[in-house]
Design a protein around this ligand. Structure first.
Ligand code: PLP
Length: 404
């Protein structure tokens, strides 16, 4: 009998890897060179984790043989709680923290504990596709609200308001944003909090890039402007601490919880069911949050990440028919291919063509649930020389397929 894919996976995709990755691996197996600008994996491009974090994990490794607490080890949870209190999220203590195998796992646990069949969740377009995929896996509906490219990719608040229905349970905010690199000002966050208040929505704040900020941009934690809402804030070690492979993230519950005991007991049972998160990585958390923030050196003038963002942004804007909003945070650019100059019907097909022709691997904008096939997402982690080579190849490729 044919073994089919579960119905729960209808409409579930992850183009950051997925079929395009398969093609990239096939090309590499043939001896072709691929420039992987598809995935925000700092270690790929020679970004080393802070050595003191590795040393701390190595030192504590013998203590990490057994299962640990399902919600995470106490010192890590205390440090995470203190971090949020220090950032203006009052009343957070270790009991409000769940440590998991990356934000990716915790989004799954949180949405599974929250959502019922037919519920709706407001998710940004474009989004980090984990969110849309996970909402769908839970049998709920991801309703996309638009972010406005003309307004630095901030959420379009009027569009957001029109998307609320009686079935809406939660609103997702990704700030700093993947894929756009937008960093939202306090007034945008306050307006979203107000909407959540009016419609009794749970606020889900993915803030994994909170420390990856350029040109003096300031990150305001969503939970700090929504103290009267049940808010789940997500963060972790993958990006600013360059420890993506350690698989360590956290979820912090804030705001009133008296009415959310059922949800929280669901979260507890799901955390219990997977016994515990990867334990060795948790020994890095205290040192990461409380120590010197080496990421600051990478995002200030002269720092690698800032220089690479500058180069990618400037080069893309020099390509005829391409424009790119300057990212204020994170590690991506999301350029637009103007349809009058670069007509594209199928951006997945375009990305495959680009990969086959040049070896440059980027992600189609539609993979981020952007509704039109006119954007690409490019990771800015590659060294300046490699980025320069890749964007020059993209420019030549786009020029070669122009109809006139
Ligand atoms: N959230 C966003 C916005 C991301 O961009 C990513 C990874 O790229 C994740 C979550 C996943 O993070 P983790 O490595 O903690 O699972």
């Amino acid at each position: 009998m044919e073994i089919g894919r579960s119905n729960r996976l209808a409409g579930v995709a992850y183009d950051v890897r997925g079929p395009i990755q398969e093609e990239a691996s096939r090309l590499e197996a043939q001896g072709r060179r691929v420039i992987p600008l598809n995935i925000g994996n700092p270690a790929h491009f020679g970004f080393e984790a802070p050595p003191e974090l590795i040393a701390e994990v190595a030192r504590r490794l013998p203590e990490a043989e057994g299962y640990g607490d399902a919600k995470g080890i106490e010192p890590a949870r205390r440090a995470i709680a203190a971090h949020y209190r220090g950032r203006g999220v009052a009343g957070t203590d270790a009991d409000h923290v769940y440590v998991g195998n990356g934000v990716s796992e915790l989004v799954g646990l949180a949405l599974l504990a929250l959502l019922n069949e037919g519920d709706e969740v407001l998710v940004p377009a474009p989004d980090y596709p984990l969110w849309t995929a996970t909402v769908r896996i839970c049998g709920a509906k991801a309703v996309h609200y638009l972010c406005d490219e003309q307004a630095d990719w901030w959420p379009d608040l009027s569009d957001l308001a029109t998307k609320v229905t009686s079935r809406t349970r939660a609103v997702v905010v990704i700030n700093p944003n993947n894929p756009t690199g937008a960093v939202y000002p306090a007034e945008v966050l306050t307006a979203i909090a107000e909407l959540a208040r009016q419609h009794d929505l749970v606020v889900l704040a993915d803030e994994i890039y909170e420390r990856l900020l350029y040109d003096g941009a300031e990150h305001v934690p969503m939970a700090s402007v929504a103290p009267d809402r049940l808010c789940l804030s997500f963060g972790g070690l993958s990006k600013a601490y360059r420890l993506a492979g350690f698989r360590c993230g956290w979820l912090v519950v804030s705001g009133p919880t008296g009415h959310a005991r059922g949800f929280l007991s669901g979260l507890d049972v799901l955390a219990d069911l997977r016994l515990c998160a990867n334990l060795p990585a948790q020994y890095a958390v205290e040192a990461a949050l409380e120590g010197y923030q080496s990421i600051d050196d990478l995002v200030r003038p002269g720092g690698r990440l800032l220089e690479q963002r500058n180069l990618a942004w400037a080069m893309l804007n020099q390509i005829d028919g391409v424009s790119c909003v300057k990212p204020a945070g994170a590690m991506y650019v999301f350029p637009r291919l103007h349809p009058s100059v670069h007509p594209v019907e199928d951006d997945r097909g375009l990305v495959l063509e680009l990969l086959r022709a040049t070896g440059v691997f980027v992600v189609p904008g539609s993979g981020f649930n952007w509704p039109r096939p006119d954007h690409l997402r490019i990771v800015t982690l590659a060294q300046v020389e490699l980025l320069e080579e890749a964007i020059a190849a993209l420019s030549d490729f786009l020029g070669s397929r122009r109809p006139y």
